[in-house]
Design a protein around this ligand. Structure first.
Ligand code: ZN
Length: 326
């Protein structure tokens, strides 16, 4: 089986934060290139995680968002150069197919939290030029685009700010996949409307189903239905807290399979993808790490025909990335 994982934090939280000590090729985290290769990886999205000002100090980050992006970007480029026999950058769906033919796993660069845009549309084009092809609009804090998912209903209903709407349109125009994971419900509906108008799909790169697990980071049945209707995808997050609630921090393979079956029922098979959140979550995974992804595919095959397992593991994500990123 091949895999297209829509979200991991490895470059940000492992490699860049270690000051170069931890390397992408081989490390002790959830994901490295040796294990990715063994698992059959087709494409991996690497997030440049840029916490909002208030949140940065909580995780020991003193650099401003733009500086932090530059640090992570330098580190990402260095890893691409060092590992060019295994990994190649992908800026479009066509690049992924080309890289695969050459025997390379595709690396896709995303930013998680658009805080560094700071209300400036020109910065989107600058990031696009650097190869960013996925943008997660917010993390867990307000920024110039909008508001995060929240347990407070009035906060959750807040939509995108005017700059947020203009930014989404700019991303769609340039060819950047818009990511609604972490966004408020009101923001989700604004992105969905812009997506319908532009006929361009979007993604919730690392989220699960709220009816199965009451967490504001998860998507309601109505939001899942809209993801299906717009030809978009939801990448299932492997965080136990988003799958089975707050009772344990252990992710069973069956939790992910159940979530996939639920999303299939609400949104349709074409809406399913994987968004591991490797090295961004601290859950213990039944299948260990990225090398265990084939075990997940085997478990999915108990409930889904093989062509649908392929859709979940890579084909849907490739379709949406091909349509949205260029
Ligand atoms: Zn995240």
């Amino acid at each position: 089986m091949r895999f297209f994982d829509l979200h991991c934090d490895t470059v940000s939280t492992q490699v860049a934060r270690s000051g170069g000590k931890v390397r992408l090729n081989s490390n002790q985290g959830h994901l490295d290139l040796k294990r990715l290769q063994k698992s059959g990886s087709l494409a991996q999205v690497f997030a440049a995680f840029l916490p909002t000002y208030d949140a940065a100090s909580e995780v020991g980050i003193t650099a401003k968002p733009q500086e932090l992006f530059d640090q992570i970007y330098t580190c990402y480029q260095k890893e691409l150069r060092t590992n060019k026999e295994l990994l190649a950058p992908a800026l479009s769906g066509r690049d992924i197919l080309k890289n695969d033919k050459a025997g390379h796993i595709s690396a896709i660069l995303s930013i998680e939290d658009c805080v560094l845009l700071d209300g400036d549309l020109h910065k989107i084009a600058a990031l696009y030029k650097k190869g960013v092809r996925v943008m997660t609009l917010t993390w867990n804090y307000e920024n110039s685009l909008g508001y995060p998912a929240s347990p407070i209903p009035a906060d959750m209903e807040r939509g995108l700010k005017p700059f947020g709407k203009a930014a989404v349109q700019k991303m769609q125009e340039l060819g950047i996949l818009v990511d609604v994971s972490h966004l408020s419900d009101g923001g989700f509906y604004d992105v969905a409307e812009l997506s319908r108008e532009a006929h361009i799909p979007f993604a919730a790169t690392h989220s699960c189903a709220r009816s199965l697990c009451q967490h504001p980071r998860n998507l309601t049945d109505d939001m899942l239905r809209i993801i299906g209707e717009t030809g978009s995808v939801c990448g299932i997050n492997f965080n136990a807290y988003f799958l089975n609630g707050l009772s344990s921090n252990y992710t069973k393979i069956d939790d992910i399979v159940q979530c996939a079956r639920y999303i299939r029922d609400k949104a349709g098979i074409d809406a399913l993808a994987l968004g591991s959140d490797f090295d961004g979550i601290d859950s213990t995974l039944e299948f260990g790490d990225c090398a265990g992804l084939p075990r997940l595919a085997d478990a999915l095959a108990m409930y889904f025909p093989s062509e649908e397992v392929e859709k979940i593991c890579w084909k849907n994500a490739l379709r949406v990335f091909t349509e949205a990123a260029k």
